[in-house]
Design a protein around this ligand. Structure first.
Ligand SMILES: Cc1cc2nc3c(=O)[nH]c(=O)nc-3n(C[C@H](O)[C@H](O)[C@H](O)COP(=O)(O)OP(=O)(O)OC[C@H]3O[C@@H](n4cnc5c(N)ncnc54)[C@H](O)[C@@H]3O)c2cc1C
Length: 346
């Protein structure tokens, strides 16, 4: 019989599990149900007790590696914690979120315990074997992977499962079983002195947002008055992002423009690029603006089920069946009007 361990980690607060971790818990519960397998959860956090109190009913046993050394992501401490959690439970299948924190260490953990690993898993099934689904060749080919080797580590892409939610439970039973890690397993040579990150307001990539707002090169092109209006475009886009909390994507043409010395939107980088040579984000809805909707761009929308586009061109790629709704209109006017409607009243 297979046994399953879900590895999770806390967010910046140190005491709450990340959304992607809670999604992995849901995936673990579903898989354990299908396989009739035993499920355990492992937590890596500064304070695991509070994190564990939100896992009521999720698994038979909850283990934790906790303390100051596990407050921040660091290769040595995270790898040691995950290895110790595996050794405490010795499961055949390990599920974990494909977060930057765990993606960095999990291949090493799998190697240390003689296992195999697959990454970017988007779905799990259990028939005769456990089957993991992932996309290959820039999300064009979906493959199903099975392996005989155990332990088998599977890193799950965010947004592929609903996050596990349970009312906080403070009883004695909610306390995780703590696993202590000592030297030489925990030999720390790296001290995390702080995090340097862009100011909160400057963050435009928001993986948990309901809406993906995509800006295309049209925003920086000559408009019907013969002029370019980059500053106005920037204000409209940032105003819309501020009012809706949407995540910002871009076409390749727009992010490439900076290199050609053209007028650019200063908050866009190649990290915003959606498409064949960019990202394939997951959001329930997407709104494309001033973008032609060419295939190498639209392939990055594979996981956006509800697609709308605003373009001046009634013959653009979006209009040819790639978007559910196309508004043939001037995006400057439409987004300007939307921002007006979204502005707080009074
Ligand atoms: C190998 C390869 C890989 C690629 N990978 C990617 C990728 O990962 N991602 C990607 O995006 N592209 C990629 N491309 C490029 C892609 O093919 C397109 O060239 C690119 O997506 C076009 O960007 P765009 O639609 O923003 O610009 P344009 O094609 O210039 O379209 C601008 C649009 O804005 C509209 N517009 C202008 N003003 C307004 C207005 N006021 N209101 C409304 N609409 C307006 C115009 O009508 C036009 O349709 C790739 C290409 C190749 C060859």
């Amino acid at each position: 019989m297979e046994s399953i361990l879900v590895l999770t980690h806390a967010d910046e607060s140190g005491s709450a599990l990340t959304k992607a971790s809670l999604e992995a818990v849901t995936a673990g519960k579903e898989l354990a149900g299908r396989l009739n397998a035993e499920l355990a959860i492992g937590i890596v956090a500064k304070h695991a007790t509070k994190a564990a109190s939100h896992l009521a009913g999720a698994a038979k046993r909850v283990f934790a590696v906790q303390g100051d050394a596990f407050a921040q992501p660091r290769y040595a401490s995270d790898a040691a914690a995950c290895e110790a959690l595996w050794r405490a439970t010795q499961p055949a299948i390990v599920l974990a979120p494909h977060s930057s924190r765990f993606a960095r260490v999990m291949a090493a953990v799998a190697y240390r315990v003689g296992g195999a690993i697959d990454t970017h898993v988007t779905g799990l099934a259990a028939a005769a074997n456990v089957e993991a689904t992932r996309w290959l060749y820039r999300q064009r080919v979906e493959s199903v992977v099975t392996r005989d080797k155990r332990p088998w580590f599977l890193l799950l892409d965010a947004g592929t499962h609903p996050a596990f939610a349970a009312a906080p439970f403070a009883g004695e039973d909610s306390l995780p079983e703590e696993i202590a890690i000592t030297a030489p397993l925990l030999e720390l040579r790296t001290e995390v002195t702080g995090i340097r990150a862009p100011k909160q307001g400057a963050l435009t990539i928001r993986p948990d947002a309901t809406l993906l707002f995509v800006a295309g090169a049209g925003w920086t092109k000559k408009q019907p008055d013969g002029q370019i209006h980059t500053d106005e475009a920037a204000a409209l886009i940032l105003g819309f992002l501020g009012a809706t909390g949407a995540s910002l994507g871009s076409s390749k043409s727009l992010v490439d423009q900076g290199g050609e010395g053209n007028s650019v939107l200063p908050f866009l980088t190649h990290l915003n690029q959606v498409g064949q040579t960019g990202a394939t984000p997951r959001h329930p809805k997407g709104l494309s603006t001033c973008c032609h909707g060419e295939e190498p761009h639209v392939v990055g929308w594979r996981f956006i089920p509800d697609r709308r586009a605003i373009s001046l061109d009634p013959n653009c790629g979006w209009a040819r069946g790639k978007a559910d709704v196309v508004y043939v209109a001037d995006a400057f006017q439409v987004i300007g009007k939307l921002n007006e409607l979204l502005a707080p009243k009074g």
